[in-house]
Design a protein around this ligand. Structure first.
Ligand SMILES: [Zn+2]
Ligand SMILES: [Zn+2]
Length: 409
């Protein structure tokens, strides 16, 4: 054996040097304002695991973001493989959120990441938005953007939108006190959205699968800007809040557009107070929840759901009504024809306010289409209070809930 061992002091130094080299985030720390702890503790909600979502998740993993939830409804198809760095051919047929979470964890094993298969417009509880420090969207339609926008403003969270088409794209940052996505919508945007809505509601599923031509180069550029803005937000640095970064790939031109807040915009409804309740959508009844609402907002308070829920299908010809009670996101077009008049499409009746005289008060919230971990509004004459179904946090947040601190800012 070699008796010439290094002195204890030298060994300590050697150990430290090795640890330093092992530190994958060492180069970030050379940036003067960088705080890796802020990123390690950050909670980011990524909505959409398509071309943009893949790039966003890849970036979050490389940056060492500690807590991520990824939401998508779709499954991986062969055509995704040309624009999705996280997917392999073997993932075909798997849920995008599952495959994306697995691959993201491979890049950064210390990340806690939870996949959720859900329709963002109808089935994503508001509690998930409230859990997040920042929401990043990678979606391709106005309806989903509007849903995210309203949810974020309700729970006072910033969100970063990305949009791509061919080789051009836009990244935008919306913060609670600034102009929102709805403020930016033009008459043309509204017309296109109305066109979608004026069709039978139940055909939405088919209409949502519109295919946008895009490339992996433009998604990496726009997702890069989105993620960088998220890093700045998490550090408390100035961002392009209220503005849009536009990149035109053909002319290699980029510029910022500034948005104005519209006074008559409907999206700025923020819940001032949100109460965490140890209740679950699957077990609390509508009657019980209305009782809770009246405890907090007065005897005349009504209970508002976070979104429209399908009540019944009514045949406009023979009047046959079929009670459905479901989230609009879970109803397929196939159920729409009247059972007696095969040629007639039933009309959809929805509701989103409960006043106390309804026939379904003894159903659970889950049974009328309220998603788990949602936040309902108790609206009284002089006060409105958010009521969070926090009993669902564990099942919805999964590994992210282990953080154990359900303290909100
Ligand atoms: Zn607005
Ligand atoms: Zn009929």
């Amino acid at each position: 054996m070699n008796e010439e061992r290094p002195s204890p002091d030298l060994r300590i130094t050697a150990h430290d040097v090795r640890a330093d080299e092992d530190d994958r985030f060492h180069r970030f720390k050379l940036i003067s304002w960088w705080d890796q702890n802020k990123l390690r503790n950050a909670r980011v909600l990524v909505i959409g695991a398509g071309a943009l979502g893949n790039e966003i998740l890849k970036n979050l993993a490389l940056l060492g973001i500690g807590n991520v939830m990824v939401v998508d409804l779709d499954k991986v198809e062969n055509s995704n493989l040309s624009r999705s760095v996280l997917y392999r051919a073997a993932d075909n047929g798997a849920y995008k959120s599952d495959a994306a979470a697995r691959a993201t964890r491979e890049i950064y094993p210390d990340m806690r990441i939870e996949p959720l298969v859900a329709n963002v417009v109808y089935d994503l509880g508001l509690g998930v938005y409230r859990w997040a420090d920042v929401v990043i969207g990678g979606l391709d339609n106005r309806e989903a953007r509007l849903a995210i926008n309203r949810a974020c403003y309700k729970v006072n969270r910033p969100w970063i939108d990305g949009a791509i088409e061919t080789i051009q794209g836009t990244a935008r940052v919306f913060v609670p006190d600034g102009p929102c996505y709805e403020c930016t919508m033009s008459d043309t945007d509204w017309k296109l959205l109305q066109l979608r809505r004026s069709c039978n509601l139940l055909t939405r599923q088919e209409m949502q699968t519109g295919k946008t031509p895009t490339t992996p180069t433009i998604s990496s550029i726009i997702a890069g800007v989105q993620t960088q803005e998220a890093v700045k937000l998490l550090h408390g640095l100035e961002t392009i809040a209220g503005k849009g970064f536009v990149f035109a790939g053909l002319s290699t031109d980029s510029y910022l557009v500034e948005y104005q807040r519209k006074e008559d915009c409907y999206s700025h409804d923020t819940l001032g107070q949100i109460i965490s309740l140890d209740l679950r959508a699957d077990t609390v009844t509508v009657r019980e929840m209305l009782g809770v609402a009246r405890e907090h907002a007065g005897e005349d308070a009504v209970l508002e759901l976070g979104r429209d829920v399908l009540h019944k299908l009514v045949c406009p010809k023979c009047g046959t009504a079929e009670e459905m009670f479901a989230s609009l996101g879970k109803v397929r077009a196939g159920v729409a024809p009247c059972p007696r008049c095969p040629d007639v499409r039933s009309e959809v009746q929805t509701f989103h306010t409960i006043r106390g005289h309804e026939s379904f008060l003894d159903r659970t919230l889950g049974q009328i289409g309220v998603p788990a971990f949602d936040i309902l509004t108790a609206r009284g004459k002089s006060i409105s209070v958010g009521l969070e179904l926090s009993g669902d946090a564990r099942s919805v947040l999964g590994v992210l809930e282990q953080q154990g601190e359900l303290e909100w800012t």
